[in-house]
Design a protein around this ligand. Structure first.
Ligand SMILES: [Zn+2]
Length: 421
């Protein structure tokens, strides 16, 4: 049993942290509490999944964001390794129901069936990605396997959804298959085993963000800064093109200067100009590109995937995960047992919450508190029940795939397409 005071500190720390993600304790497979801990004496704390549908209030978007279509954005970023400005996150798209869309993953299972399967084995249905990239959690994640064509820079932080891991492996293998003697790609952080805040990153919290190296013609190593003289255009372009065409990419953070180099290369090898304008932020012609500039992304690129199955399963399993304390609910309750002399205002001040919120949580009609009685104090934190994720249609390039560096060009020299269809 936890010391009551520690729980309270933990709960308050969640609030203080602002945009905290998980409360990933106990770990999957570990001891789990089946119900809410009872209120102890004094200022003890308990956490309850009170209102899973309440607004989270935890969606603090404090990361610097780039503006879509900001073609004239500053071109900084090279050499700046101190800040990992990877928190760029677009507003969530409104979930517009589409009657013609195929059934979402796990539609064949009822909620009761999903719950029963997960109660027996939390990993039975695969990984779950819950919450957003910078405020989320990963449950039953899989680690990126070792591979002949890549090197894991930080194996302990290479946990993701199955979809993330598969998409990454497929694109890296595609580069190696297309170009002989391709050096191994370097895979940096994906997520921690259970997701959540992952310093120094802002995002990387829900198993869907990946840092990966550019391919370089010389000095190919992890975190080497790419530029016009060393970027292996053919391999890097084939990598990102495969990602876009064959997986559900949300966005790719690439320094604007490198976007320009890649876009110019893609034009030279015959890619469709209108399609390029749709996917690149460089040029500023798309309201919703896939490539975005973010500070610090000349040394590596950052891919954020959708994970339709892992995100849908996380949504369906949300209440179970909260009850198993694998994720924290959006509203946490601290239990405070009132001492002599304490008033509603005292509690409001102490816990930084309004008196009305305390009254509402305890169904109080008057402002009077009874000495010795425990009262629930609401605090925000954790993760709100996610909405169903609507994965946009893939931006599959209209040109045939063999335009993307049909011949090996390790020196970065573009292979021109001889005939246009
Ligand atoms: Zn990153």
């Amino acid at each position: 049993m936890r010391a009551p005071g520690r729980l309270r500190v933990l709960a308050l720390a969640l609030v203080a942290a602002g945009c905290v993600g998980p409360f990933a304790s106990p770990p999957p497979g570990g001891p789990s509490a089946s119900g809410s801990p009872s209120a102890g004496a004094g200022a003890s704390a308990s956490r309850e999944a009170a209102d899973a549908g309440a607004p989270s209030g935890s969606d603090c978007d404090d990361a610097k964001t780039a503006s879509p279509a900001a073609g004239g954005a500053d071109e900084g970023g090279e050499g700046d390794h101190a800040t990992l400005d990877d928190g760029f996150e677009l507003p969530e798209a409104a979930a517009a129901p589409d009657e013609s869309a195929p059934a979402p993953p796990f539609a064949e299972l009822t909620d009761a069936e999903i719950t029963a399967r997960l109660r027996a084995d939390m990993s039975a249905l695969g990984p779950m990605s819950i919450g957003r990239a910078h405020s989320g959690v990963l449950v039953s994640g899989v680690r990126m396997p070792e591979g002949a064509n890549w090197e894991l820079v930080s194996p302990g932080h290479a946990w993701g959804t199955q979809e993330t891991v598969d998409a990454l492996a497929r694109a890296i293998d595609a580069v190696a298959a297309r170009f002989p003697e391709t050096p191994r790609a370097f895979i940096g952080d994906i997520s921690a085993k259970r997701g959540g805040h992952h310093p120094p990153h802002v995002s990387h919290q829900s198993g869907r963000d990946v840092d990966v190296s550019y391919y370089l013609t010389e000095g190919h190593r992890w975190y080497a800064t790419a530029n016009a003289s060393n970027l292996d255009r053919a391999r890097t372009w084939h990598f990102v093109r495969t990602l876009i065409a064959e997986s559900d990419v949300d966005l790719i953070l690439v320094d604007l200067q490198i976007q320009r180099i890649l876009k110019a290369y893609a034009l030279e090898v015959g890619e469709d100009p209108a399609w390029l304008d749709q996917v690149f932020q460089a040029g500023g012609k798309s309201r919703r590109p896939l490539f975005f500039h973010a500070k610090g992304h000349a040394s590596h690129l950052h891919v954020r995937f959708y994970s339709p199955a892992a995100q849908e399963l996380g949504r369906r399993a949300y209440r179970l995960l909260v009850s198993r304390r694998l994720i924290a609910p959006p509203t946490l309750f601290i239990t405070h047992t009132v001492k002599s002399g304490e008033t509603l205002s005292h509690l409001a001040l102490r816990y930084k919450v309004t008196t009305e919120a305390i009254k509402k949580a305890n169904l109080l009609k008057k402002d009077l508190l009874r000495v010795g009685k425990p009262y629930k104090i609401p605090q925000t934190g954790g993760i709100a029940m996610p909405a169903r994720v609507v994965v946009p249609a893939r931006r599959v390039p209209p040109s045939p795939s063999d335009v993307a560096g049909a011949k090996p060009s390790p020196g970065g020299e573009p292979c021109r397409r001889t005939s246009l269809r």
